[in-house]
Design a protein around this ligand. Structure first.
Ligand code: COA
Ligand code: ZN
Length: 302
């Protein structure tokens, strides 16, 4: 087990995007406050997407501006699907953005209505227009696509190669619909770390098949630079059939902390925030810790 691991909270984006009923901005901000008070140093706070595609994210500008005005010393970033979104995120003050491109053509088309090549062209424009902004590129469906099945590692290397050519050197490898399994995660991380040792590779896993913690662990053991998770195990891409929640942050942090790994995160505060979220959001909280009854079972004897 590594001595130190960077856990990144993505619930306010991946978690909230799959919640149908609009979550009031104040509630979103309270949850972001909660995860920061638990000790997080990096949070994905929203996405700058079309409000027609994901109405839940229509308050991206307000969330960003209010969070940036309140906190120093925490890294905030947002997902962007196109140039429009990147421009809005930068205008709102963000220093880091996460454009998203899928490894599979069909998911890219379903998600952002572009071919992979069109998305790369748009990314080139984003890179050139904002040379000082950190770009951490999400690559979706790395470990499997709901339309095309398992993806090849060679196709991943080819895509990363194209992205590096336009100046991208930080990536998050995403298991969009939770099709990853430990030996595949091991193979992918070993390969990319060997091919591109200087680049940053983060991991983003969905817990669809109850392998979220294990896959995250395997990625970390094979060199992942950070691991993403969402409070309560919320999450899922609305444009990927069968998508379910991310690895739950509390479950992941509990495991890492118990194993003596320094996450810098206070588990109790994190769990309290997740429970608060569950009490006010009508969503699919698929984490384990969050569903443990408040009072332990008592065995009564006659
Ligand atoms: N933020 C806000 N509005 C946006 C936008 C953005 N990033 N990108 C486009 N729009 C608006 C346009 O202004 C336009 O508005 P109008 O109809 O009022 O004129 C409308 O959306 C359509 O614009 P267009 O360029 O044709 O986009 P599109 O229809 O091709 O939509 C996406 C493509 C990518 C913008 C849209 O599908 C999207 O935001 N998807 C979200 C993907 C996502 O978040 N997936 C989950 C995370 S992986
Ligand atoms: Zn996701």
């Amino acid at each position: 087990m590594r001595k130190k691991v960077k856990v990144v909270e993505i619930g306010p984006r991946d978690g909230f995007q799959n919640v149908k009923e609009f979550i009031p901005t104040e509630t979103k901000l309270k949850i972001i406050d909660g995860v920061i008070s638990a000790g997080y140093s990096k949070v994905q706070i929203t996405s700058f997407v079309s409000p027609k595609a994901i109405p839940q994210m229509k308050d991206a500008k307000e969330v960003t501006e209010r969070v940036l005005a309140k906190y120093d010393g925490v890294d905030f970033f947002a997902l962007v699907p196109n140039f429009y979104g990147a421009n809005s995120a930068v205008e709102a003050g963000l220093q880091e953005i996460t454009p998203v491109i899928s490894l599979s053509e069909s998911h890219n088309m379903n998600n952002v209505k572009r071919t992979v090549d069109q998305s790369i062209e748009e990314l080139k424009k984003i890179r050139q227009t904002f040379p000082d902004i950190k770009i951490t590129q999400d690559i979706a469906t790395v470990f499997g696509c709901p339309f095309e099945g398992e993806m090849s590692v060679d196709s991943l290397l080819e895509l990363i190669g194209k992205l590096r050519e336009i100046g991208i050197h930080a990536f998050t490898l995403c298991d969009t619909v939770g099709m990853a399994y430990p030996t595949l995660v091991e193979k992918v991380f070993r390969t990319v770390k060997k091919e591109f040792p200087e680049d940053e590779f983060n991991v983003h896993i969905h817990d669809t098949r109850n392998m979220g913690i294990l896959n995250s662990y395997v990625a970390l053991e094979n060199g992942a630079d950070s691991v993403q998770a969402a409070i309560g195990g919320l999450g899922g891409c609305p444009f990927a059939p069968g998508a379910t929640g991310n690895t739950s942050s509390e479950d992941l942090v509990y495991m890492l902390n118990k194993c003596g790994c320094d996450t810098g995160i206070d588990f109790d505060r994190l769990l309290a925030t997740a429970k608060y979220a569950k009490s006010v959001i009508d969503g699919n909280f698929s984490g384990h810790q969050i569903n443990i009854p408040e009072k332990p079972c008592v065995i009564t004897q006659e």
